[in-house]
Write a protein that binds this ligand. Structure first.
Ligand SMILES: [Zn+2]
Length: 616
């Protein structure tokens, strides 16, 4: 039940007529479960970049509605602009943000592409991670010839569209749909106005690397003499090795330094298939999926290393920052902080925070808000401009900004005690489970790395991770349970005068009941995780915290038991026999496991306590 978030960034061939752009974004916003994050029109390019997020199904529908609307309101026959384009909806990438894989986004792209081709009859090409063949991976290749060359391209059998008719659509052109990674625009700020110093570090970091120079012993690389390829002498550029042939040096770079020299030269506009004697030697930078340059920002009165990270899962911002800090120190420079331009995905910032916590010998499995705050402080993200986590981080877990969990303990307890049926046992069970998970996490984090034997450390870390996950899910379930109950109550109030109304009401009530069953079932599941974490904490934590772990297991059991009772009371009214049978079996298994685990924890804790008391 982790939240699943996909971002969609369609580009439309209209950047001047606000009314037309609004018609398109209205179509996106009309889809339930979609949040429009940004609309960025460009007059020169005559193009608008739209960003929206949501769960995969909602985002797929939002993308389709936008493409359909763009095909109605835009006309490519009238379009002129400074940016290459092939259609009204020029390109539409899906980007995994949280709880979703790249493969799932590629499948989403194929689904939307198929629907666009079938329902709107626009030719669709798939690109990047969704590409149907290697030569269609690159967007620029697909777009070559642009809208004006599309009619001819469609006659070429190599360019049969992946979906839709191989027939020119004069009004909408073609649409390129695909899946790619999130691009993080990230700047590292230096305590200097000297752009050249920022540039020097940027060249060390970026995949494209730099011109190689002879080593001088100075930390200022630019002091060394530029190396040149000569007939019979091909320097590596990273070390003293000089190959007799280019092939020898290329092999050396691959084996010793782990990069493809030919690709590196091509990215620096050199053709390795031609004689290289007389050309400058290049060497690769530290990070792949990393573009970087140095620049001076007048607003900040400082130079920055301006970085684009095209795959943060391979090259995360915090590792690039740490390397920049190391290189800066060697040059007598100071990194004063860093800056995220636009948005950063939640998993990227979470991973950064955990990296610094680990480096400090702390548990990385503490409340997510604390982890994110650690990342903001460690990376100096508020150095040149404010960093508001709620605004800058994309895919933040659904908040508990409103609702029951925002109440004080006193208010919540009073609310439960009032003469209204909700919140009731389901919400209380979820809160019980959440508190159990919190206690398990506390014990695990408190004694991580401090108790013998050393193997306990891994067990306690695992327990803390599991407990944090269970806690976050259960806290959400406190409100979800009440809402699930509300959906059923609303359905009951529907009119039932005609047979059609009766059938509709019955259907909505059945849906409400299934929803009201799913929430407590997930409460029971997550509460069992809380109990497992508490058991690990009781076994591996210090005996001085053992009663905390025991209370955690008891509270977790209340979550399991309470969740299951709430499933059962709603099951009796559900007509779908297979669903009922399946749910009963699952609940029986959960209850068996939880009961055995509770007995195990209790026996263990009682035994350890008896040992303590018996000691002189
Ligand atoms: Zn070398």
């Amino acid at each position: 039940m982790d939240q699943r978030v996909v971002e969609c960034v369609p580009n439309f061939s209209e950047g001047r007529d606000r009314a037309k752009i609004k018609q398109i974004t209205d179509a996106i916003e009309a889809v339930r479960g979609v949040t429009l994050l940004d609309v960025d029109p460009g007059a020169d390019t005559n193009r608008t970049v739209v960003t929206f997020v949501g769960d995969p199904d909602a985002v797929a529908d939002g993308a389709f509605q936008a493409i359909a609307r763009a095909a109605q309101v835009l006309d490519m026959r009238q379009h002129h602009g400074a940016h290459p384009r092939i259609g009204a909806t020029d390109v539409c990438p899906f980007v995994p943000i949280a709880g979703v894989t790249m493969e799932e986004c590629a499948a989403l792209a194929r689904r939307v592409g198929e629907r666009v081709g079938r329902e709107i009859e626009i030719p669709v090409y798939l690109y990047e991670a969704a590409a149907s063949r290697p030569e269609r991976k690159n967007l620029a290749t697909i777009r070559k010839g642009e809208y004006e060359g599309l009619a001819e391209k469609l006659r070429d059998r190599d360019w049969t569209p992946d979906f839709g008719p191989a027939r020119f659509h004069p009004k909408a052109g073609a649409t390129v749909v695909g899946a790619r990674e999130f691009l993080i625009a990230y700047n590292v700020t230096l305590n200097t106005r000297d752009k050249a110093l920022a540039m020097d570090i940027a060249f060390e970091l970026r995949e494209k690397g730099r011109v190689a120079r002879a080593v001088t012993g100075s930390s200022f690389y630019s002091k060394g003499k530029v190396l040149i390829y000569k007939e019979g002498a091909y320097p590596c550029g990273n070390c003293d090795c000089v190959g007799a042939t280019f092939a020898e040096t290329a092999a050396h770079c691959r084996e010793r330094h782990g990069y493809d020299l030919e690709a590196l030269l091509r990215s620096n506009d050199l053709d390795p298939s031609k004689p290289l004697a007389g050309q400058k030697v290049y060497r690769a930078g530290t990070f792949t999926h990393c573009k970087a340059i140095g620049w001076y920002v007048d607003q900040y009165k400082r130079a920055q290393i301006s970085i684009n990270l095209t795959n943060y899962k391979v090259t995360p911002p915090h590792l690039v920052l740490e390397e920049a800090r190391r290189l800066a120190t060697a040059r007598g420079l100071v990194v004063t902080g860093s800056e995220v331009v636009g948005l950063i995905p939640y998993p990227a910032l979470l991973e950064a925070g955990r990296y610094y916590l680990r480096a400090q010998g702390k548990s990385p499995f503490i409340p997510a808000a604390d982890v994110l705050q650690t990342a903001v402080f460690s990376m100096g993200l508020a150095d040149v401009s404010p960093f508001d986590i709620a605004r800058k981080v994309i895919g933040l877990p659904r908040g508990s900004e409103a609702g029951l969990v925002q109440m004080t303990v006193r208010e919540f307890t009073d609310e439960v005690s009032r003469d209204t049926p909700a919140p009731g046992g389901g919400s209380v069970a979820a809160l019980g489970g959440a508190l159990g998970a919190a206690l398990a996490s506390m014990v695990a984090n408190l004694w991580q790395g401090k108790v013998e034997p050393p193997g306990s450390e891994a067990a306690l870390l695992g327990a803390a991770e599991m407990a944090q996950r269970a806690k976050d899910q259960l806290i959400l379930a406190v409100d979800e349970d009440t809402q699930a109950f509300n959906a059923y109550m609303e359905a009951r109030r529907l009119p039932a005068h005609t047979p059609e109304e009766k059938a509709h009401r019955e259907q909505k009530m059945q849906e409400g009941l299934k929803r009201a069953v799913e929430v407590p079932y997930r409460t029971a599941q997550a509460s069992l995780l809380a109990m497992q974490a508490a058991w690990a904490a009781a076994q591996h934590g210090s005996v001085s915290s053992i009663t905390d772990a025991a209370v955690g297991a008891q509270a977790g059991f209340a979550g399991v038991r309470g969740g299951i009772w709430n499933v059962l009371i709603n099951l009796k009214d559900i007509a779908d026999a297979a669903f009922v049978r399946d749910m009963r079996q699952q609940c029986d298994a959960l209850l068996r496991d939880a009961t055995a685990l509770l007995a195990q924890v209790s026996a263990h804790v009682d035994r350890r306590l008896a040992e303590q008391i018996a000691m002189p």
